[in-house]
Design a protein around this ligand. Structure first.
Ligand code: FES
Length: 92
């Protein structure tokens, strides 16, 4: 699983605590070997940051808080269930 965490210009000032929470939760859950945390550039939805994209089967999360990050690790990464209420749905 690849977890792209936006560190683009608009998310950079807000993503620090989210990155820390993700890093710790991945370590504590024992998923570090199958979950790669990746610093990404802008994901194109700056007003909704901090943003995270998870592959495979792209899932987008927006406005992620540290609590959300811990939940994404325990439910999506560990249990394989995307956290429906945190998924970013663009309003087209
Ligand atoms: S800087 Fe994060 S989505 Fe643009």
């Amino acid at each position: 699983m690849r977890v792209y965490v936006c560190h683009g210009p608009n998310c950079a000032s807000r993503v620090g605590p989210v990155w820390q929470a993700l890093t710790l939760a991945v370590q504590q859950s024992g998923t570090a070997e199958r979950c790669e945390l990746i610093v990404s550039g802008c994901q194109g939805r700056c007003e909704d940051g901090p943003n995270i994209n998870i592959y495979p089967n792209l899932t987008r999360y927006a406005r992620v808080t540290p609590d959300d990050a811990r939940r994404i690790v325990s439910e999506h990464i560990v249990e394989g269930r995307p956290v429906a209420e945190l998924v970013f749905l663009p309003d087209y």
